[in-house]
Design a binder for this molecule. Structure first.
Ligand SMILES: Cc1cc2nc3c(=O)[nH]c(=O)nc-3n(C[C@H](O)[C@H](O)[C@H](O)COP(=O)(O)OP(=O)(O)OC[C@H]3O[C@@H](n4cnc5c(N)ncnc54)[C@H](O)[C@@H]3O)c2cc1C
Length: 417
């Protein structure tokens, strides 16, 4: 048992009484069955109170670090508390990979899936979309397995910790593949507007970075080595030029924190995340927000945000624009259609940042922007049923799995009802 401490960013001091770190699934079951209020904690990388509780927290990091590949089924079963970084290497050594990864390998698999964490790529759905099955401990301590196709599955995967404590996940895997990553500088803002679809369709994964102040943007382009393309070293792209050395997306931060660039091929787990496991991801001194809009509104949303750049830029470190493919997970930001994510890495000053969020939300409201569950937002809870058509079904699912609101917290009470 330990004191609850804070989230990774340090902006949330957990109000929980303590953190348990059970060493076995049976201990998890006992703890859950014996607690009136308890909730799973991942690697603490969310920026809001989604992971907090007024009862006890339960870290899954002490469970045996299971990684079991089923080559015939094309899946891997992993312990819930494992970080992507700890999963990808053993997977690679057996000739397998995950379809995509977020910007950092430091996050736990269960925590990332619970909030619909995503990477980038027109053809790449979020990380939770790879979940083929999950095993969770429900409020009375029962161990339940849900498989893709089961009635409750699509509701439970992006569960915000409110359905149960996930102890293991079975994920779809693909044969290992190599990526080469290239950073391009001087990408004109007008080009991004005019050739938006073309830009994001260029490669397996594309991220466009902007500080909303400079007239040009940066693009991180991650191409599969086994797919034909027009890539050539030193060649320009969309009117932008290849960077003459490795870069960090946050201005002023050392590029050594980042995965290899300059077109050097390497395994996907060491190219798809921007940040390396053994270094601080991003700037480390920050807050984050992200809003995801239907893909068709990408350019209009970009223009709408551009109109308030004067309010965004002064409190921003960097923004990232990414595309995410549709899925059918009820609380996923990409539920029902492809989306474009507008991400903001803010300065670590909540008093300066929080007033800007309603302005962004106002600009993006016409596009039905869904906020990232793990980042800061101020969207009115009344709007959520419009944004998430399956929210009522999710509430009903919770009533069945967690009738006494054992896994609830102030965040879920506010947003999920
Ligand atoms: C530097 C940085 C970069 C980021 N980059 C990205 C990115 O590229 N893309 C993106 O989409 N997001 C990104 N995020 C956000 C991050 O991926 C999410 O906040 C994610 O939920 C963090 O996972 P975690 O393991 O830290 O979960 P936590 O923050 O600890 O918990 C998040 C939620 O998951 C639940 N949970 C955790 N474990 C379990 C479990 N075993 N069973 C049931 N529920 C559980 C918790 O109860 C809570 O509701 C980034 C965050 C940081 C700090």
């Amino acid at each position: 048992m330990s004191a609850p401490g804070t989230n990774w960013a340090g902006n949330v001091a957990y109000g929980a009484r303590r953190v348990h770190t059970p060493l076995s699934v049976s201990q998890v079951r006992e703890l859950v069955a014996g607690s009136p209020r308890i909730r799973a904690l991942g690697s603490r990388h969310s920026f809001n109170e989604v992971a907090d509780t007024e009862g006890d927290l339960l870290s899954l990091a002490g469970l045996p670090p299971e990684v079991v590949v089923d080559a015939e089924a094309g899946t891997v079963t992993v312990a819930a508390g494992l970080r992507y970084g700890d999963l990808c290497l053993p997977l690679h050594e057996q000739g397998w990979a995950l379809h995509n990864l977020g910007s950092l390998p430091h996050i736990s698999v269960a925590g990332a899936c619970a909030t619909a964490t995503h990477g980038s790529g027109d053809g790449n759905a979020n990380l939770a979309a790879a979940v083929a099955a999950l095993q969770l401990v429900t409020a009375d301590g029962d161990l339940v397995t849900l498989r893709r196709g089961d009635d409750d599955f699509a509701g439970a995967v992006v569960g915000l910790g409110a359905v149960g404590v996930v102890v293991s996940l079975t994920l779809d895997i693909v044969p290992a593949f190599d990526i080469r990553q290239e950073v391009y500088e001087g990408l004109a803002r007008e080009t991004v507007e005019k050739r938006f679809d073309e830009i994001f369709a260029t490669a397996y994964s594309v991220s466009v970075f902007t500080d909303w102040a400079a007239p040009t943007m940066l693009a991180w382009v991650k191409r599969r080595v086994d797919e034909p393309d027009d890539w050539a070293p030193d060649q320009g792209w969309m009117g932008a030029r290849p960077a003459d050395g490795p870069r960090h997306p946050v201005p002023g931060m050392p590029a050594t924190y980042c995965t290899p660039q300059l077109g050097v091929p390497g395994p996907s787990y060491d190219r798809l995340p921007h940040f390396r496991l053994d270094f601080t991801p991003s700037s480390g001194e920050e807050l984050q927000s992200e809003y995801l809009v239907p893909r068709v509104h990408g350019v209009d949303a970009l223009r709408a945000l551009d109109r308030i750049r004067g309010r965004i830029a002064p409190v921003l470190q960097i923004s990232e624009i990414r595309t995410v493919a549709a899925d059918d997970l009820w609380l996923s930001a990409a539920y029902g259609g492809d989306v474009v994510g507008f991400h903001f890495t803010w300065v670590r000053d909540a008093a300066a940042v929080l007033p800007v969020l309603p302005l962004i939300e106002q600009q993006l409201a016409p596009f039905d922007a869904r906020p990232h569950w793990g980042k800061l937002f101020t969207v009115d809870p009344e709007r959520l049923p419009e944004l998430y058509p399956r929210l009522a079904d999710f509430r009903e699912l919770r009533r069945r799995y967690d009738p006494k609101n054992t896994f609830g917290n102030a965040f879920t009470d506010r947003y999920l009802g």
